[in-house]
Design a protein around this ligand. Structure first.
Ligand code: NAD
Length: 242
């Protein structure tokens, strides 16, 4: 496939390495100073967007308007989700989004869902989420932590919302799920879910060792999206491999 990288930072570079290993060609690398219009002179099968929360929506609307199928990994844009969905429908386009492209994290999401269902009757246990990322990360909590928290809330009759603490655990009421975000040098990303009671603690943890997992997942997502129309997530990609 011919792939355009919209955003050629840490993730764009990691994706390039995996895409080339899997036999694809990178035909465009777009950065802060490269006009998006340069995409239009290339033959592009799929665009992969990893940029910044403040520019991602415009980039997605541009790709959809020009009928470029797009895989998006940038996080913290979901307030504009409906606007992007409308554009996909209007242009009969193709979009695949995920707050986390790592296969391990997507398996962790499934374990988190199952654990939340199992824990729901046991109200003595207090759930909490922690995430640790590198210092340059612009959003807190991470998109992955928000996905984890929303799944716990959907499956827990006590909880109705989450509350963020940065570097310290937030003080929460009975209907709030605490998320704590830590920022440390040079860490690709860790997510921990705990259920604590007076008697014991249950903990599940995912720790990325490097960015390869996100990059591989994003390239697999691009391979999945090629030739399709509609809106997809990483669970569609994983279920297609059953
Ligand atoms: P980075 O800062 O290393 O790279 C961002 C790149 O975007 C830079 O090269 C910058 O020049 C470019 N850019 C800025 N404005 C642009 C514009 N208007 N058009 C095109 N490019 C532009 O960041 P990163 O670590 O590569 O992460 C990028 C995003 O991906 C972040 O939102 C991060 O949270 C997210 N992320 C998601 C996953 C996932 O699995 N979904 C994994 C890792 C990171």
């Amino acid at each position: 496939m011919n792939i355009a990288l919209v955003g050629y930072g840490k993730m764009g570079k990691a994706i390039e390495e995996i895409a080339v290993q899997r036999g694809h060609t990178i035909v465009a690398k777009i950065n802060r100073d490269t006009p998006l219009d340069t995409l239009l002179i290339q033959k592009i099968d799929v665009a992969i967007e990893f940029t910044r929360p403040d520019v991602v929506v415009n980039n997605l609307l541009f790709c959809l308007k020009h009928h470029l199928p797009v895989v998006v990994g940038t996080t913290a844009w979901y307030d504009d989700f409906n606007k992007v969905v409308e554009q996909v429908k209007q242009e009969n386009g193709a979009l695949l989004y995920a707050s986390n492209f790592s296969i391990g994290v997507n398996i962790f999401f499934e374990i988190n869902r199952k654990l939340a269902q199992l824990m729901n009757p046991y109200t003595d246990y207090k759930a909490a989420v922690e995430e640790i990322h590198h210092l340059q990360k612009l959003d807190a909590p991470s998109g992955t932590a928000v996905t984890i928290a929303n799944t716990i809330i959907e499956n827990n009759d006590q909880l109705s919302t989450w509350k963020l603490g940065e570097e310290t655990h937030p003080t929460v009421t009975n209907n709030e799920l605490g998320i704590t975000s830590y920022r440390k040098p040079d860490v690709p990303g860790t997510h921990i879910v705990t259920y604590q009671s007076d008697i014991d603690t249950i903990e599940i943890k995912h720790e990325a060792h490097n960015r390869k997992g996100f990059a591989l997942g994003a390239v697999m997502a691009a391979e999945y999206l090629f030739g399709k129309k509609g809106i997809f997530t990483m669970s569609d990609v994983l279920n297609s491999r059953d």
